[in-house]
Every structure is written in C-alpha cells, then in structure tokens.
Design a protein. Structure first.
Length: 353
C-alpha cells in the first residue's frame, strides 16, 4: 500500500470517527483523491455546514482560490443559491470586489443574475455609440503598451548586460577552475615527490643502521678471530708440551724396560726423575722389593702425568694398601678423581682400624 493511500485512509478514518455522514465522507474521499490536504478538507468538514455549502467550499479549494475570495463566495448569511451565483460570477471573470458588492446588496440570486445579464446587454447596445471613447481607450492602451515595451527593451538591455557580466564571470570562473585544477595536480605531484623523498630518506636511514650493525658484527667477528687465534696458539703450545712429555715418558719406559731386572739400586740410578721419585717413595715406605717393582711397573705402564704421580705419592703417604694403590693406578682416572678416591680410601682404612 502506497503512502498516498495510507494518508487518504487516515484522513477518512479521522472524520469517520467524528461521526460525519456517508455523503460527506464520499466528498472527503473525492477531495483526498484530488489532492487536498487534511487541513484544507477540515476548512469545511470541521464546521457546521450543510452538504451544499460544503460542496461550494470544496470547489473553491479545488480551484485553489485565495482565502479572501473564498470568504466572499461562502460568506455567512448567503443562501446556497447566492453562493453558487457568486461562484459563477467569479468564474466568468467578474472581479472579486464587484462580486462582493453584488452579494452585499441583499438581492436574491435571480435578481443578481438578471442585473448581471442586463449590464452585459446594455454594454453591447451602446457599444457602437461608445466606440470613439473605446478607440481612445485602445489608443491609450497601445501607447501604454509602447511605453511598457520601451521599458521592456531597456530591461532586456539591462538583462543582456547582466548576462554578459555573468558570462564574463563564468569565463573568469572557468579560468579560476582551470588554475585551481592545475594547482591541485601540482599539489598531487609535489605530494608524490615528497613521498619519494621520505621513502629515500627512510631507506638511507635504514642503510645507515644496517651499516652500523654490520660494523659492530665485523668488530665482534675480528675479536672472536683474535680470541680463537690466541686459544689456538695456546693449544698448539700445550700440544707441543704434551708431545714432548709423551716422548719423555716413552724414553723413560724404554729405559725402564731395559733395566727392569736390575736391582732396586740400579733402577733408582737409571730410571727417569718421576719414576725415581715414585721408587724412592716406595723404598722409604718399606714396601717389599717385589711389590715395589710391581708398583713401579704399573706407574710406568699407566702413563701417569705429573699431577697423577703427586696423588699416588699422597696415597702412599696416607697409608693406602698395595691393592688400593694398584686399583688407583690401573683405574686410569684423572688426578682430581684420584684425590677424591684416596681420601675415601684413607677414611675407610681409619675406620677399619
């Protein structure tokens, strides 16, 4: 359902609720279809009028007459016939002031109509006699028209000037629009160039940061290389010492193997320093010669370093048994582990009493 139909139904329903008659509702419906608003319809439907009076008022509203005209045509005190006659006079071109004088004369409608027709006939009867006056009026009218036309020409000239000014202004506006458009295009181009500059600046800043990072990493790498070179140099030196020590031990083992069957005094004279130290310790601690030889052999064959020999010496001094010494020597463990095991063995011996 369209909005117009809804509005019409609302108008009709509103007046139906007020209890208006069926014929009035039909008139209201017709006026709503014609396009009159609720406010216009209410000008007759809300008042205490008879149906004929309402129809005249409706016709005036449909003809879109001014309020002053409607007030004259449907003035209070006029009969329906007088209202219809007044409406007819106005529709035929009688000025509203003349219609007002006729309606206020108090004559009945038929008299009003006869007076109107008689005045028209009288005018036609004496029209020829009044011709000179009529012609004069026509001449005056034409003269006035000529003046009006002259004024109109003047106004047309003024309008032409205004139009020309507007056209000039329009050309100026076109120039302004063109310049504005060019400026806008330049602004866009400048904005794009500025974006490119900002991007290049950002890239340069990023490259600078990357160079700084690479410089720091390169510095760390050089420091690491120097550190590794130093460690390698120390390791090489240590490896050289180990090789020399191994050669020395190998020489000592060879010497010991050549003199293994010589008595203890000969062994003490001919074995290397470390082995002689161990043999001297074994002798001082009154270890049997056979056991002493076995331990010396174990020490040499075990390829013990200086720190391990020191721990073996400590074990002998702390009274570890021959079997405990053999286990420690044959265990091939580091000097640190030897130290811990020796302490445990010493504690165990003291507990066994």
């Amino acid at each position: 359902m369209g909005s117009d139909t809804r509005d019409k139904n609302m108008i009709i329903q509103g007046f139906r609720n007020r209890g208006v008659s069926k014929e009035v509702l039909e008139l209201i419906s017709d006026d709503a279809d014609y396009g009159l608003t609720r406010e216009q319809i209410a000008r007759y439907a809300d008042k205490n009028m008879d149906f004929a009076h309402m129809k005249i008022c409706s016709k005036c509203l449909r003809n879109n007459y001014d309020d002053e005209v409607i007030k004259v045509i449907v003035a209070d005190g006029l009969s329906i016939s007088q209202m219809e006659m007044a409406l007819e006079f106005y529709e035929k071109g009688v000025p509203i002031e003349a219609v007002k004088k006729i309606t206020q004369s108090g004559e009945k409608a038929v008299t009003m109509k006869k007076l109107y027709e008689d005045s028209l006939a009288e005018g036609n009867k004496f029209e020829h006699d009044r011709e000179p006056e009529y012609v004069t009026k026509i001449i005056k009218y034409l003269e006035q028209m000529n003046v009006n036309l002259s004024n109109a020409d003047k106004r047309f000239t003024e309008v032409e000037d205004v139009l020309r000014t507007l056209l000039d202004n329009n050309e100026g506006q076109q120039d302004f629009d063109r310049i504005l458009k060019e400026n806008q295009e330049k602004d866009v181009l400048l904005s794009e160039k500025q974006d490119e500059i900002n991007k290049a600046y950002s890239q340069a800043t990023e490259n600078s940061r990357e160079r700084e990072v690479l410089r720091k990493e390169n510095k760390k790498l050089r420091e690491k290389i120097s550190e590794l070179e130093e460690k390698y140099s120390k390791k090489k030196k240590s490896d050289t010492e180990v090789i020399e020590f191994s050669k020395k031990e190998s020489s000592e083992v060879d010497n010991l193997n050549r003199h293994i069957r010589i008595d203890s005094n000969s062994i003490e004279r001919k074995t290397p320093v470390n082995s002689r130290g161990a043999i001297s310790i074994f002798t001082k601690l009154a270890i049997k010669t056979k056991s002493r030889r076995n331990l010396v052999k174990l020490v040499i064959e075990g390829e013990l370093d200086k720190n391990q020999l020191i721990q073996i010496k400590s074990a002998i001094e702390k009274g570890l048994t021959e079997s405990q010494l053999e286990e420690i020597i044959n265990g091939r463990i580091s000097a640190e582990r030897m130290k811990e095991i020796i302490e445990i063995a010493e504690l165990e011996n003291s507990m066994n009493g």
